[in-house]
Design a protein around this ligand. Sequence first.
Ligand SMILES: Nc1ncnc2c1ncn2[C@@H]1O[C@H](COP(=O)(O)OP(=O)(O)OP(=O)(O)O)[C@@H](O)[C@H]1O
Ligand SMILES: [Mg+2]
Length: 502
Amino acid sequence: MDKLLLIDDEVDVQYSFRRIFSSPELELHTASSGEEGLKLLAQVKPDLVISDIRMAGLNGLETLRRLRQTDARLPVILMTAYGTTQMAIEAMKLGAYDYVLKPFDVPKLQQLVANALRASRDMKQTVTLQPLLEQGDYDLGVVGRSEPMQQVFKLVGQVAPSDATVLITGESGTGKELVARAIYQNSRRSQQPFVALNCAAIPENLLESELFGHERGAFTGATAQRIGRFEQGNGGTVFLDEIGDMPLATQTKILRVLQNGTFERVGGNQTVTVDVRIIAATNKPLEQAVAQKQFREDLFYRLNVVRIPLPALRERPEDIRLLVDYFLRKLAGPGAKPRSLATSALAALESYQWPGNVRELENCVRRATVVAKGPAILLADLPADLTQAVAAATTGPGAVAPTPPSAAVTNPASAGPEIAPPAAGTRGVSPNWAELARTMFRYARLDPKLKVLPAVERELIIEALKETRGNQVQAAKLLGITRATLRKRVEKFGIKQELNVG
Ligand SMILES: Nc1ncnc2c1ncn2[C@@H]1O[C@H](COP(=O)(O)OP(=O)(O)OP(=O)(O)O)[C@@H](O)[C@H]1O
Ligand SMILES: [Mg+2]
């Protein structure tokens, strides 16, 4: 649960916060003065502070200054009811997360709080590399024991302590952001801010203002000066996500920040100097973008000094079971018993190709825990397209020709979709045994321990006995074996007890 500390001497504001932010995921604490707020800090350990600026006694600005002396990372949002925002701007320079004008726009405030809480978590939640799964109680982990992930962990360990720029590449959902945070957590700057910006999520015309800030009147709507992410992250780490989507003009400015830590705010001519470490990530092949002149070559080389390529999940299927275990524990919550997983379901998860990588796996596990009715997740609880894809892919090498699903049962002699199935009622109507066998193998492959022949034989006998209401003579005939053989099999498989034929 996230904790929000509101510092405001107005009872009305405290009241509306209680209304706006009453949620089971958020714990709201209030203080009526800066002094009280600072006192509550140690006690409450909030994830976010929202403070008024004008208050009797210690004002919001001074409160922020003192708070920063003990904690550089705790996000603080300031509020002011007065048109002049000069004080709020001063506060931004002191390291406030943002400021809002009263009366506030509720949805915007909620969005801002959500973002700030996220930033707060990014800074505080420790990211551990390759957690020992047996220990169970961990927060956020980069899970993986496969060889390619070991390489990743080594690289993270090597680059984290330095201030080197890092480029993390990999398909969507491979954990780029998680690795960026692991680097931050393990760096010398871990007590300083971590500011993340998704370059693809911000409209091109706003991106520069977001990164570098702007001066008042820089463009229509720029009613006040604004501090950008680089200034906010001064002393800390700036994570530029999806850097491959950054416009060329902005790339030029980023290059300058990388070279000498300087830039100008949009619409300004005063040079600002910052000390930031840059971690960038992209799922686009930057080499290709360079070749197509969509990405600056010099910036590419500058970013590419240390590169951490993240493997796709299908390249490390051995990690799937670790990840599943990790997600099941995480979903269960601390102390609770996690859901278990049927062998067949795990086998399906392990043979799927995971185009959406770890994110897709995580969503799949989350969905399955919701869908599953019992203590275990079964094959049937997985999405149908997943199990179908797995079944289609595991059609064995013995398969003759790929049979379209519509032609699943046709005459073996007339295999091939272009030949019409035999007319019903003729002697030619016999199932496509090969196709049936392949279906059995598909399922068998989902459970490596299963022995196909005995399993099928057992099932056939049970079905035959059910069909004939337990009449062994008829069942034997149906199966094409002698009654003596049937009796032996029934005994061997211990069918009687569970069939319950009456
Ligand atoms: N090795 C891992 N161990 C545990 N969880 C992981 C791992 N890799 C990724 N995840 C989880 O998968 C999800 C996606 O990871 P993340 O956001 O870091 O991917 P990404 O590479 O940045 O994806 P995108 O390119 O789509 O932004 C997150 O919830 C993350 O916690
Ligand atoms: Mg990402």
